[in-house]
Design a protein around this ligand. Structure first.
Ligand SMILES: *[C@@H]1O[C@H](CO)[C@@H](O)[C@H](O)[C@H]1NC(C)=O
Ligand SMILES: *[C@@H]1O[C@H](CO)[C@@H](O)[C@H](O)[C@H]1NC(C)=O
Ligand SMILES: *[C@@H]1O[C@H](CO)[C@@H](O)[C@H](O)[C@H]1NC(C)=O
Ligand SMILES: *[C@@H]1O[C@H](CO)[C@@H](O)[C@H](O)[C@H]1NC(C)=O
Ligand SMILES: *[C@@H]1O[C@H](CO)[C@@H](O)[C@H](O)[C@H]1NC(C)=O
Ligand SMILES: *[C@@H]1O[C@H](CO)[C@@H](O)[C@H](O)[C@H]1NC(C)=O
Ligand SMILES: *[C@@H]1O[C@H](CO)[C@@H](O)[C@H](O)[C@H]1NC(C)=O
Ligand SMILES: *[C@@H]1O[C@H](CO)[C@@H](O)[C@H](O)[C@H]1NC(C)=O
Length: 299
């Protein structure tokens, strides 16, 4: 009974250790999907008097650092003309929507200072906010939790011109990063210092490897690494400690039992008494018999 509790705790600690990374990876995907659904809802609310081809800025009450916008388009017009400028995005002609809808809404997201919270990338530092471009069906402008349509550039790629890129640290190379809607991440070259291109929708930014920046941007990541290392070491120490505690409790119990028995034996010897169950009875035997340690109960 006494042994059960420490081993149960150890089991729980072990389970926590092995499952934590998987749980976190899973929750990142669902957190992003939930954010996309929330931002779709808030972006659609910006359409008070919807007009085609005009961006409407929305408000995200729960996240003041995030900017969103929504633009309604006919899919035929998107394909034949594109959109010359939608915030940082430039959409050329030839973009095809699947499955077919008559009108679609392009939701723009600028995650601002929340970028690394929702799109944390180990070993990379963001030089620009994460921008999102996602397509939804426009047939019901009060619909919530819509699933994204698939848009693909069939000719020239969609380009993204980041307006406020942090200076690239000396000796490191900036890269465009693209997150698709299923958790896939891909990197490509930055052109003209601040332009990225894509053939599909998703989330985009410019990053630099943080291992190449020992100061500045790397500092925050370093503390993160230390927090992780610290908690892992702390957890391991706790594990070892719990193990020792369990052993010690076991040992302590055994020692205490032995001590009691030895005490009883000494007392018995001094007074010529021996333990009989819980009651002490005079041992009037002529030959001194040593009470055995192992058998507590003498009938
Ligand atoms: C992010 O920006 C918003 C508005 O610009 C501000 O209210 C919020 O405190 C900022 N959050 C962080 C973590 O910097
Ligand atoms: C969001 O929009 C406001 C107003 O247009 C602007 O001042 C702010 O810089 C924008 N935030 C981001 C992260 O782009
Ligand atoms: C980050 O960098 C470390 C050391 O360079 C490496 O061991 C680790 O696999 C990297 N993590 C990812 C997700 O690339
Ligand atoms: C639009 O979506 C809202 C919310 O899901 C729903 O209540 C409403 O009935 C829908 N309207 C139409 C015309 O489908
Ligand atoms: C949103 O839709 C997904 C499936 O498309 C569903 O699993 C999820 O429960 C829905 N969420 C809400 C809040 O309706
Ligand atoms: C540009 O980035 C800097 C630092 O990240 C920030 O302080 C500034 O508000 C940003 N400006 C705009 C217009 O977003
Ligand atoms: C980067 O390197 C160049 C020369 O290689 C130097 O002139 C410049 O001052 C350096 N900038 C920083 C921020 O260290
Ligand atoms: C990932 O990016 C590289 C270029 O950096 C490109 O060659 C490759 O096709 C991309 N992969 C996918 C699946 O888009």
């Amino acid at each position: 009974m006494g042994l059960l509790r420490p081993s149960l705790v150890m089991l729980l600690v072990l389970i926590w250790f092995f499952w934590l990374p998987q749980l976190r990876a899973q929750s990142a995907g669902s957190t992003r999907a939930a954010l996309d659904a929330l931002l779709q809802d808030y972006a659609y609310r910006a359409f008070v008097h919807p007009r085609t081809g005009i961006p409407f800025d929305g408000v995200v009450p729960s996240n003041p650092g995030i900017n969103i916008s929504a633009m309604r388009l006919r899919s035929g017009s998107l394909r034949s003309r594109g959109v010359a400028a939608y915030k940082e995005f430039k959409i050329p002609m030839g973009v095809v929507v699947q499955p077919y809808v008559e009108r679609l809404v392009l939701v723009y997201q600028n995650l601002g200072n929340r970028s690394s919270i929702y799109y944390g990338l180990p070993n990379y530092t963001y030089l620009a906010p994460v921008l999102g471009l996602l397509a939804y069906d426009a047939s019901n402008l009060s619909a919530k939790n819509l699933s994204e349509l698939d848009i693909r550039a069939s000719g020239l790629p969609i380009s993204i011109k980041f307006s406020n890129v942090t200076l690239v640290p000396n000796g490191s190379v900036a890269k465009c990063v693209w997150f698709d809607l299923h958790g896939f991440v891909n990197y490509s070259d930055v052109s003209s210092g601040n332009i990225c291109t894509t053939f599909q929708q998703g989330h985009f930014s410019i990053v630099v490897e943080s291992t190449a920046t020992p100061s500045g941007g790397g500092k925050k990541n370093n503390t993160k690494v230390w927090i992780i290392v610290g908690s892992v070491l702390g957890g391991l120490a706790l594990l070892v400690l719990l193990g020792f505690l369990a052993l010690w409790v076991q040992g302590y119990k055994r020692r205490k039992k032995m001590q009691q028995m030895e005490k009883a034996a000494e007392v018995g010897e001094a007074l010529h008494m021996t333990m009989v169950g819980n009651t002490k009875a005079p041992a009037a035997t002529v030959t001194r018999t040593q009470p055995t340690l192992e058998s507590e109960y003498v009938p």
